[in-house]
Design a protein around this ligand. Structure first.
Ligand code: ZN
Ligand code: ZN
Length: 135
């Protein structure tokens, strides 16, 4: 994949928050934890990680501290869930896969919290690593 100079644009449903991430992602996962389910309203949450210094914002997400030092960013206008980040390592930002204008280049590399995965989603992407909890 040669996307070094590629800009991956994205944003929320209403367009008040827009971002651009340059280069290649440094990770990605399907998260099956209960907090991601509440945050997204979906059965599984897929994230793509970019270095924080590769990201440019136009409009900023509002942060919700869902657990100590861990923040979920959402659009203050339309409520779309966009990011996950942790204070303990601010070198990267996880973006929700669906927030990218073109999510097709990205592939998750692991499953997290498979111990609480819903039956409908536990079997997707069987060819990548599965972790009972986080990793
Ligand atoms: Zn919005
Ligand atoms: Zn999660």
């Amino acid at each position: 994949m040669t996307t070094k100079n590629t800009n991956h644009s994205g944003g929320c449903l209403c367009g008040a928050v827009r971002f651009s991430a340059s280069g290649d992602p440094i990770g990605g996962n399907h998260c099956h934890c209960g907090m991601c389910r509440k945050d997204s309203g979906s059965g599984v949450s897929t994230f793509v990680s970019f270095p924080a210094n590769a990201v440019r914002w136009n409009g900023k997400p509002t942060d919700f501290e869902s657990s100590l030092g861990k923040y979920r960013g959402f659009c203050p206008k339309c409520g779309s869930s966009i990011t996950w980040r942790t204070e303990s390592d601010d070198s990267f930002i996880d973006f929700r896969l669906g927030s990218f204008d073109d999510p097709t280049p990205f592939k998750a590399q692991k499953h997290l919290w498979i111990s609480t995965a819903l039956p409908s989603f536990a079997d997707i992407d069987r060819d990548i690593d599965h972790f009972d909890q986080g990793s």
